[in-house]
Design a protein around this ligand. Structure first.
Ligand code: FE
Ligand code: CA
Length: 525
């Protein structure tokens, strides 16, 4: 896919160089300097290696528009190494992978304020079709990315293939699951949070993080850039559009709203969250509507894939009340039972319920962060639950369960990350009643690397499953989940790899589940 200038030039082939020159000329019919760079900056850029070191990405697809993204960085992990002035970037969208049938093109300006990132909302596209896209600045061309629009809301759609993933820690392993994902035939990728980890580097791991513990804008930028230099991650971004949401580590472990785990002074944490949100937007293919304002950003949003599926992407970090009972895994204390406790905040909760109620889609899919079904890790005498998951906010969880049971939106399926292990759960209005019917299905994906190689189900976990009969499956290897949705059913393949601590690995499908339309709960196949 790469058509970088360097690849062609160092290839040493005259034929290829000529091909590149033709391609560059064809890019937008104009060879020459970007318009608004000061001369010194243009010269610096023209003489340098490619600034397209971080690849390309696309995301937030609708039927008629989507976002294409890149970021210019000559020295990605040390501030970007770009001249301070604005840089003009040309972009084009084509119907073919050779970029010969161009249907849309334009220019964008990359500024230092946004780390020379480029977010173009390409509009006027046809629904339900593949497109290819590419950027150019000066005489440097980006790799070519591939993306696709959704079918029109309400239009017949017979099939959708997507994968979902979460928790990529660059330091603890190689992104082998992404190497597998890149080979799949997918329409879309969901990412459910922990795109990076903020801790200080730890030695003697397979790779080493840049920056100290992330607190400043440059810290976050440099580490995002480090992640985006990973070739497997770049390839998955180049191959498919992504819809992303964030969890805690994009800012700091287990933060809740404006409260950090260490209870930092509010102003200190506000500044950190603002820096983190700013750098997040810079590196993700998000629409302008998700651009942060200081320490606030609109991340919960919905997407309609024809009449087949609607997606309600949640943000359970920005608006949540503090973890009760001083966080951790423990018996529910008095504070946990507070009916005002919330993970979504009032506005988002109303938005979700109103939209689910209005939805006519065959499948109502809710990509979100932390496990919705409770998991009792204690004993019959003393049940114990995670306070950072929905289990620490039982009133908020029960409002969701009660809504699903009473209003019965079509085929609710919740996609979850965070927990660094694979799960399949029945969602119920009463988890204590083994005979209570399921009102929805939760598919929980393991991490890409977090937790290192991992293992299949442990003896301890097997024992705990008998205390949690709504859990149908558990596995603690690394990987992702690949889904196929049709009007009749949703199939989920749990893809795992045996190793992420080395670049050599074996991939397999550990388990497959099917949710049949009209019948909440997944069955193993
Ligand atoms: Fe994580
Ligand atoms: Ca997390």
């Amino acid at each position: 896919m790469s058509v970088s200038r360097r690849a062609f030039v160092t290839g040493g082939s005259l034929a290829l160089s000529a091909l590149w020159a033709r391609h560059l000329h064809a890019f937008d019919g104009v060879l020459g300097r970007p318009l608004i760079q000061p001369d010194a900056e243009a010269r610096a850029l023209a003489a340098a290696d490619t600034p397209f070191t971080l690849g390309v990405a696309s995301g937030d697809p609708w039927a008629d528009s989507l976002v294409i993204w890149t970021r210019l960085a000559l020295d990605p992990t040390r501030g970007g190494g770009m001249p301070p002035g604005p840089v003009t970037v040309n972009w084009q969208v084509a119907l073919d992978d050779k970029m010969s049938r161009v249907v849309k093109k334009g220019t964008a300006v990359a500024t230092a304020e946004w780390a020379h990132s480029v977010h173009v909302e390409v509009t006027g596209l046809d629904p339900d079709r593949w497109y290819w896209y590419q950027f150019r600045t000066g005489d440097h061309l980006s790799p070519i990315g591939r993306t696709r629009t959704f079918p029109r809301p309400g239009a017949a759609a017979t099939k959708l293939r997507f994968a979902f993933a979460s928790c990529e820690n660059y330091e603890v392993g190689y992104f082998n699951p992404y190497k597998e994902m890149a080979k799949e035939d997918l329409d879309l990728v969901f990412f459910l949070g922990d795109y990076l980890y903020e801790a200080a580097p730890i030695k003697d791991r397979p790779r080493l993080h840049v920056s100290p513990e992330l607190t400043t804008l440059q810290d976050y930028r440099d580490r995002y850039a480090q992640y985006r230099t990973d070739p497997n991650l770049q390839q998955v971004h180049a191959n498919f559009p992504w819809i992303l949401t964030w969890d805690d580590h994009e800012v700091a472990n287990n933060y809740a709203g404006l409260i950090s785990q260490k209870n930092d002074p509010r102003d200190i944490f506000l500044a950190r969250r603002a820096a983190a949100y700013h750098a997040y937007y810079e590196h993700m293919p998000l629409r302008r509507s998700s651009m942060p304002h200081d320490a606030y950003a609109q991340m919960y949003r919905s997407f309609q894939y024809g009449a087949l599926a609607s997606f309600f992407v949640l943000d359970t970090r920005q608006y949540r009340t503090d973890q009760p009972c001083d966080d951790g895994t423990k018996p529910l204390c008095e504070e946990a039972l507070n009916p005002k406790a919330t993970l979504m905040g009032d506005e988002q909760e109303k938005w979700l319920f109103n939209n689910l109620d209005r939805s006519r889609a065959g499948w109502n899919v809710i990509p979100q962060q932390v496990m919705l079904a409770p998991f009792d890790q204690g004993t019959p005498e003393e049940p114990r639950y995670s306070m950072d998951q929905w289990s620490g906010y039982p009133a908020a969880r029960d409002r969701v369960m009660e809504f699903l049971g009473r209003r019965k939106p079509n085929n609710p399926v919740v996609l979850t990350g965070d927990i660094h292990s694979n799960w399949v759960n029945d969602l119920k209005t009463n988890f204590k009643d083994e005979k209570a019917p399921a009102v929805g299905t939760e598919l929980v994906v393991t991490s890409i690397t977090s937790g290192a190689d991992g293992s299949d189900i442990s003896a301890r976990m097997k024992g705990l499953l008998t205390r949690n009969p709504h859990v149908k499956f558990q596995n603690s290897q690394r990987g992702y989940v690949s889904c196929e949705v049709t009007p009749a059913g949703l199939r989920a393949d749990y893809k795992v790899v045996d190793k992420v601590t080395t670049e050599n690995y074996t991939a397999s499908t550990r388990a497959s589940f099917r949710v049949t339309s009209g019948k909440p709960g997944a069955e193993q196949i």
